[in-house]
Design a protein around this ligand. Structure first.
Ligand code: SF4
Length: 359
């Protein structure tokens, strides 16, 4: 590929502006040409490049503003595109949702072997077992599952709308899968308003799943951050943000808990009011890297050891390989997300039910 030296320098300048604990000058020098080539091929083939909030800054920066966000928001963007090709920079269960909503489009991921501890450890048989034990109780699945699990459930939810969707489903109980901590947190929030049934691995024989990344945060960690970073409780100058997938005691200690999008919105609101000076986010480390770039007036503390090994499999090189295969007309099966039509139709019903209840 021909490269204009000025263009490469411009890309480097742009990258240097990104304030991030995981992006060094060395990374920028080593990757500027690759970033240039990816952006050129993206443009040439009119590729929609969706970037999940947990992508490392160099990968996240390949996406335009309207191509960034959480898994459902990105899939919704995918449903509106006129691009023939969609590259989803995230893990396969996320790309599956984009495919379900756009069966006529071709959806790719850089590494199909990238998993997710929530999605990988929960099966359609687990849903059937829970239904058998709780006849007539609707099943709500967190979006972090594969299409075959969604196909067996009544409704889908995200971390942003789980409470609302649970309340809008009929009956006084709901089965929530697969995330055990999220279920316990929902149970605590909803109290007597709705009974949350979730896999517990004892009487039901279904063990459920946990996000191996958010599980790493302990109550001691949060208290240590509060003390050493000087974030006092009920002081709007400093905030500890925690994701729904963390342990219940970690949520209780937080100043705010929610989805990545809700956390981002709260930061934006506080920054616009001039109140937020420092923040710690108990979530995937690269979320903080990307927020640091977006909100340079806030001092963030980050836990760089808390990195999702699955998300980290999505690299510039992998994305470049997908684009080169598209450009050369090669076989794309190594990257393409394919879903059985009937499974996709039934999974789409769960997603549509969530949309219907969200309006
Ligand atoms: S951060 Fe957790 S939920 Fe997200 S992909 Fe990684 S393991 Fe799955």
């Amino acid at each position: 590929m021909t490269r204009d030296t000025n263009e490469i320098e411009l890309i480097k300048e742009e990258l240097v502006k990104r304030t991030s604990p995981t992006l060094t000058i060395y990374d920028i020098d080593a990757n500027a040409e690759l970033v240039h080539d990816i952006l050129a091929l993206k443009k040439k083939h009119n590729v929609l490049m969706l970037g999940h909030n947990y992508m490392e800054p160099l990968v996240f920066g390949l996406s335009d503003e309207n191509e960034k966000g959480d898994s459902l928001g990105l899939s919704m963007s995918a449903s509106k595109t006129d691009s023939e090709y969609i590259i989803f920079n995230g893990v396969p269960f996320m790309a599956e949702t984009a495919k379900i909503l756009n069966m006529s489009k071709r959806v790719f991921v850089a590494d199909k072997s990238a998993g997710c501890s929530l999605a990988d450890e929960f099966t359609p048989e687990d849903v059937l077992r829970l239904k058998e034990l709780n006849p007539g109780v609707p099943v709500m699945t967190y979006i972090n599952t594969y299409a075959d699990v969604k196909a067996e459930c009544d409704v889908c939810c995200t971390s942003a709308n789980a409470q609302d969707i649970a309340m809008r489903m009929p009956g006084d109980s709901i089965i929530f899968v697969p995330d055990i901590y999220f279920a316990q947190n929902l149970k605590e929030e909803l109290g007597d308003k709705k009974k949350i049934i979730y896999p517990n691995g004892n009487g039901d024989g279904v063990k459920g799943a946990i996000c191996e990344v958010h599980e790493m945060f302990t109550l001691e960690d949060i208290r240590l951050v509060r003390d050493s970073f000087g974030i006092e409780k009920e002081n709007p100058d400093g905030m500890i943000y925690v994701h729904w997938e963390c342990k219940p005691e970690v949520l209780r200690e937080a100043d705010f808990f929610g989805s990545t999008t809700q956390i981002r919105k709260d930061i934006a609101q506080r920054v616009s009011e001039g109140s937020l000076k420092k923040a710690f986010i108990a979530s995937e480390c690269e979320l903080t890297s990307n927020l640091m770039q977006e909100f340079p007036t806030v001092e963030f503390w980050t836990a760089c050891y808390v990195r999702c090994q699955h998300m980290a499999k999505v690299t510039l090189k992998g994305i470049h390989d997908v684009l080169v295969a598209i450009d050369s007309g090669s076989d794309l099966s190594e990257y393409e997300i394919l879903i059985d039509e009937e499974v996709a139709r039934r999974a789409n019903r769960s997603i549509n039910k969530m949309m219907e209840l969200s309006v």
